[in-house]
Ligand binder design. Sequence first.
Ligand SMILES: C[S@@+](CC[C@H](N)C(=O)[O-])C[C@H]1O[C@@H](n2cnc3c(N)ncnc32)[C@H](O)[C@@H]1O
Length: 216
Amino acid sequence: MKKKFMIEYWKFKSFSKYLKHIRELHYLRKYKGVEMVKNPLDQIIYEEILDDVRPECIVELGSYAGGSGLWFHDHMKIFNKSPRCMTISIDIIEKKPKPELIDTNHIFITADTTEQSTFDDVRNLIGNRAPVLVIEDAEHNYRTTYRNLCLWWSLVTLGSYFVVEDTVLEFYFGKKLGNLKATIDFLKGNKHFKIDREREKYVAINSPMGFLKRVS
Ligand SMILES: C[S@@+](CC[C@H](N)C(=O)[O-])C[C@H]1O[C@@H](n2cnc3c(N)ncnc32)[C@H](O)[C@@H]1O
């Protein structure tokens, strides 16, 4: 562990310092030796959602090295015999985990998530699997997030979630990424989803107002 992270917790003078610490730490995480950019508290929320929803299919928009996709797929297997995970990224080829780590039902797709053809291909790969959960963790700007929400929402089954990650930067630190605004704008025009703020109970999370539950 790098020395700057070996901080006595009582020295945190403010919540924002603690949040910043967690954010910096989440870039150093790995699963099965593969990089995974995930706030551990968000991961606990995912564990709870997987337990409640028991998805047979997860679509992850933006995968980076693929560690998070491996984690999702392994954890879906606790509740389903052969769940399918689809992990999509523009740059996945260079970063893909070693083949021995990848199950046949874990499909890595190199494509632009904002393209209609990517959506059509993935919808065919899902077939009639349900429940389906979708995660938006791509570019985090307004254009990509809004486009991804509008393009992919219909795959999310009733009672499941469309999770928009990393809204914390806009929500708490005031940075103008655009993904939180895109989420709010999407919800204004789409009444099938409601923000499930009860999922945010661990507080120091990366996705405040990002757990969108399909309610109709
Ligand atoms: C924040 S990282 C994903 C982190 C990963 N989900 C995790 O938890 O470890 C964002 C990824 O999305 C990819 N990306 C950004 N825009 C994209 C797009 N329009 N289509 C596909 N992938 C995109 C980036 O190349 C990068 O790999």
